[in-house]
Design a protein around this ligand. Structure first.
Ligand SMILES: *Cc1c(COP(=O)(O)O)cnc(C)c1O
Length: 230
């Protein structure tokens, strides 16, 4: 499938979720997750009007950067090893996976300008998922004031993939609740107005619960094995 065709369907679903929840389409940004596809396919996504691209590994980001440069708005969405910060920091506009002080310290040290960061929260409590426990999140953010290059624009979470809608919805509504609490702290470096949540299987629910950035890979640009069908 062409990216443009997939996007058309996704746009319909986004509009439906917006209608259900009384939201405006323009509050929501699609991050096209290109981690499984080629730079060519990423280029096609950009031609379809998708300017925000997401990668979860430093190698993947750098490979695509060779071809696309700084034309896309780059999002780093995967768990980030501290020693790899230097490989991506000059290329990314957003980091979705801030989850520890040592990482904040390294980003702050290496960045030449404030970086938009989402604090990743493990709302599902699944051991396999990265992120802070919800109850740790406020204290974590409060101690980031010493880092001048860290700008906390919001929170990020991943819902469990093989479970019912109710559980998924609760992960997202919990994140929204937490976001409002951070916002109430009224910290200059943590406006925390954004919510990065929702992937191919659950972006509709995420939008209904307040997502402002949805990260879509498989249903938009495809997965590694079906790229040949393009
Ligand atoms: C891969 C990935 C996505 C996209 O997942 P799809 O199910 O392919 O849409 C979103 N967020 C993160 C953090 C990912 O690693």
């Amino acid at each position: 499938m062409k990216v443009a065709e997939n996007l058309e369907l996704i746009e319909k679903n986004i509009e439906e979720a917006c209608r259900k929840s009384g939201r405006n389409r323009d509050e929501i940004t699609i991050v096209a997750v290109t981690k499984q596809v080629s730079a060519e396919r990423a280029k096609e996504a950009m031609k379809s009007g998708l300017l925000h691209l997401g990668e979860n590994r430093d190698e993947g980001l750098n490979e695509k950067w060779e071809v696309l440069g700084d034309e896309p708005i780059w999002h780093f969405i995967g768990s980030l090893q501290t020693r790899k910060v230097k490989n991506i920091i000059e290329k990314v506009d957003y980091i979705h996976s801030l989850d520890r002080s040592s990482l904040a310290k390294e980003i702050d040290k290496r960045a030449g300008k404030p970086i938009n960061c989402f604090v990743q929260v493990n709302t599902s409590g699944e051991e396999s998922k990265h992120g802070l426990a919800p109850e740790e999140t406020l204290d974590f953010i409060k101690q980031l004031d010493k880092f001048k290059n860290i700008n906390i624009i919001g929170l990020m979470t991943m819902a469990p993939n093989s479970t019912g809608e109710k559980v998924i919805r609760k992960c997202f509504s919990d994140l929204k609740g937490l976001q409002l609490k951070v916002k109430e702290l009224d910290l200059e470096y943590a406006p925390c107005t954004e919510l990065s949540m929702g992937m191919s299987n659950d972006y509709g629910i995420a939008i209904e619960e307040g997502a402002t950035y949805i990260r879509i890979g498989t249903s938009l640009v495809g997965a590694a094995e079906n790229e040949l069908e393009v």
